[in-house]
Design a protein around this ligand. Structure first.
Ligand SMILES: C[S@@+](CC[C@H](N)C(=O)[O-])C[C@H]1O[C@@H](n2cnc3c(N)ncnc32)[C@H](O)[C@@H]1O
Length: 243
C-alpha cells in the first residue's frame, strides 16, 4: 500500500517535466552536503552495513552510498525517480536495491538498517502530523539495535529550534548537530539565477572549492550562516531503558 496519491503525482509530474528538478548535480554546496552526511554516518558507525536512503531522487547520494556501505536500499515515492536513480547507477549493482515506497506506509516491510538517511525530505515532503508519526514509527521499527538516522533539511536558522522540537516530539534524541554553513552559497545562487544557464555561471555554482570558501565565510555568522541543519539522531531511550 503506497498511499499519498496526490503527493506522489506531484513528484511524478516534476520528474516528467524536468530533467533535473533540484539541479543538485551542478551544485557545489549540495555535493558538499552529500559528503558531509556520509562522513557524519561514518563518525558514528565505522562500518556502514545496511543502509536505507529515503527519497533517493536521481541517485546522487545513492552513488556515494553504494561505495560507502555494504548494502543500500534506495526508496522514492516516484517511480520515475527510482527508474532514473537506477539508470544513474548504471543499472543493477549487487549491493543496491530499489523500491517505490514511502515511510508513510504502515505496511512497509523493511528492517534492520544500521543507518537511515532521510535527507532533504522530512520537511520538504510536506507531511501531515499523522504522516510524520507514521514515518517516525517506521524508522524506529526499521532500525537495527544501535542504529542511527541522518537527517538534513533546508530550513534557515529561524526554523532550527522548531525543527529540533519536531524531532524530539517524534521520539528521537539528537546525538550530534552539524551546520553546512551554506547560506552564502544559496545567496549567490539566488543572485545568479537569471544567468544560471551560462557556462561560466554554471561552473561557478558547480565549484566545490568556491562552496567551501563561502562556507568558511558563512561560518563566521554561526547558525545564521546555514540554510541546512544536519542531525544525527536515534530513538529516545525510554526511562528505565529498553526492556
Ligand atoms: C528534494 S529531492 C531530495 C533527493 C535526495 N534525498 C537528495 O538529498 O539529493 C526529494 C525526493 O523525495 C521524494 N519524495 C517525496 N515525498 C516522498 C515520500 N513521502 N516518500 C519517499 N520519497 C518521497 C521525491 O520524489 C524526490 O525524489
Amino acid at each position: 500500500m503506497l498511499g499519498m496519491p496526490a503527493h506522489r503525482e506531484n513528484f511524478q509530474a516534476t520528474y516528467r517535466t524536468e530533467n533535473e528538478p533540484w539541479e543538485y548535480s551542478s551544485s557545489g554546496a549540495e555535493r558538499l552536503r552529500y559528503k558531509l552526511t556520509v562522513e557524519l554516518a561514518r563518525r558514528f558507525k565505522l562500518q556502514l552495513g545496511r543502509v536505507l536512503e529515503v527519497g533517493c531522487g536521481l541517485g546522487l547520494m545513492t552513488c556515494r552510498l553504494a561505495v560507502a556501505a555494504e548494502n543500500v536500499t534506495a526508496i522514492d515515492i516516484s517511480v520515475l525517480a527510482v527508474q532514473k536513480c537506477w539508470a544513474q547507477l548504471g543499472g543493477e549493482l549487487p549491493n543496491v536495491r530499489f523500491a517505490v515506497a514511502t515511510l508513510t506506509d504502515p505496511t512497509l516491510e523493511l528492517s534492520a538498517f544500521d543507518v537511515i538517511f532521510y535527507c532533504d525530505g522530512l520537511v520538504g515532503h510536506q507531511l501531515s502530523d499523522q504522516e510524520l508519526k507514521l514515518v517516525s514509527n517506521n524508522m524506529i521499527k526499521m532500525l537495527s539495535k544501535d542504529g542511527i538516522i541522518i537527517l538534513s533539511d533546508y530550513l534557515g536558522h529561524q526554523q532550527f529550534a522548531a525543527y529540533r522540537q519536531l524531532i524530539a516530539s517524534l521520539g528521537f534524541e539528537v546525538l550530534h548537530e552539524e551546520l553546512p554553513h551554506d547560506r552564502l552559497w544559496f545567496q549567490l545562487k539566488s543572485w545568479l539565477r537569471l544567468f544560471k544557464t551560462f557556462g561560466p555561471v554554471r561552473r561557478v555554482l558547480a565549484s566545490e572549492r568556491l562552496a567551501k570558501r563561502l562556507a568558511w565565510l558563512s561560518a563566521q555568522r554561526g547558525a545564521e550562516g546555514s540554510k541546512h541543519l544536519c542531525l544525527v539522531v536515534r530513538p529516545q531511550v525510554p526511562q528505565g531503558g529498553f526492556s
